[in-house]
Design a protein around this ligand. Sequence first.
Ligand SMILES: Nc1ncnc2c1ncn2[C@@H]1O[C@H](COP(=O)(O)OP(=O)(O)OP(=O)(O)O)[C@@H](O)[C@H]1O
Length: 544
Amino acid sequence: GMYDGAEKFGYSNGEGFEDSNMSFGTDKQMSKSAVFAESNYLKAFPEKEKAAPVAKIKVVVRKRPLNKKEISKKEEDIIDIEQNSLTVHETKLKVDLTEYVEKHGFVFDAVLDEDVSNDEVYRETVEPVVPAIFNRTKATCFAYGQTGSGKTYTMRPLPLKASQDILRLMHHTYRNQGFQLFFSFFEIYGGKLYDLLNERSKLCMREDGKQKVCIVGLQEYRVSDLETIKELIERGNATRSTGTTGANEESSRSHAILQLAIKRRVDGNESKPPRLAGKLSFIDLAGSERGADTNENDKQTRIEGAEINKSLLALKECIRALDNDQNHIPFRGSKLTEVLRDSFIGDSRTVMISCISPSSGSCEHTLNTLRYADRVKSLSKGSNSKKDVPLAAAPLRESSPSPLASVVPSFSAAEVMNDITERSKFGWPKQQYAKEQPSPSFVDRIPKGREDTEFSSANGGYFNEQRSRVTAATGIAVVPDTMYQQGRQQARKGRDPASENNMRNSVAYPIRTAVPDEDDHLNDLLQVQYYYFCTISLIQYVRG
Ligand SMILES: Nc1ncnc2c1ncn2[C@@H]1O[C@H](COP(=O)(O)OP(=O)(O)OP(=O)(O)O)[C@@H](O)[C@H]1O
């Protein structure tokens, strides 16, 4: 048959896990045990608590070339890259309709420009973590970015390249040591799990008595040659669901998770299932602008949008909690993070590749993507008081605590100042505006043909964002999803006030109930002014 090289395993992927005896507790037991999951882990491995912090998270940005459509529309490339820093040149209009360019600077672990090949992307991102998965590490690699920014283009080749390296290690360095490679591929769509290698059969997720995540019924294939892996990847990709949205018809609205698990037979004992040694997960996330879809289309699309939004937020919070070495990691925020739970406990590595489009028409989405990426990394570093690093820029070295972490806040501080100066010309209260929030009385350049949806969602996002920010700081928010909010507040705790200033959330929040305050009234006033301005402009345009 087609999968001759693959040995098919019908059991849940939890069965073969280290020390796992698949004893499902009652619901009550499960939720109780979940709370203590991380502390149990530390009890079992006390040395982990004392271990020196390692660079667990790597954030890489990749810019794609302008495509034919963008070139034909005469859109400009607005992204400048210099080593590992990047500048976005955003053209804006003042109230008097004169144009000005606002520059936004960012620094990441690596910034890859449009000439960088997929091979180089692999070398920069996944290759360094491959050896670690033979040694108890769970590594996760995901791409983030708007539809059409190159996530799939970037992610598609990575699993096969990684498999090649894994097989090489298995056949050479770790030869005759009982290591086996297992392959699984599933997707999360609208909060539900589907097996991409088993005709999209619906899966359910359980936690066993020891807080191990089990996806019951997920097909795992034992693989030992590249050709089989290639076939499985192609089969899974072909099964992925795609949907229709206002933004891009072709794009994926599901998160696809491809896992390469390394297991090991202990003492050559054939009767016992092999134990999990390490794991490498690849996640092709749904387009990051999906949260913004919540206003439009049919009910199903709105639900999908909300779910995607929730999972992207939850993912960010988990990674940040992880980087802060927090005891509580808010896995429960979404299906995606629950599924990835065991990838975030213990020795873990996360590689995030933020994909951006270079074109002026995508400026707003690009800034959102970069802010998300920046927030995953820089804030958590800023809060780590133990690290005393010089302020001067220094080249980043792999796996050392990033000296650049200190550069990011200083970079931002200058921008905050610019921002404040710009705004205070208009007499707005300075401290109310965190860095980089769009000021509502400037008309951002809106891509042609997308005015309505883009603007309304962006604007809605802004006001929601402002609200949740203010209420979180004063602690008066009443949020229905309490688990989720606890996670957020937990994540905020370790932060210092200086970095709080740089708080930049990029993803539109789900709408929350909040007590209105002065700031909200100000926002409403500005919004009214803005609409007034638009109406006047429209009337003038129609007349003349
Ligand atoms: N670095 C690149 N070099 C050349 N072409 C690219 C690059 N990145 C993306 N592309 C091209 O741009 C188009 C869109 O890319 P892709 O499908 O990967 O976007 P995406 O972010 O995965 O979108 P979606 O969220 O809708 O799945 C594709 O035709 C792809 O071939």
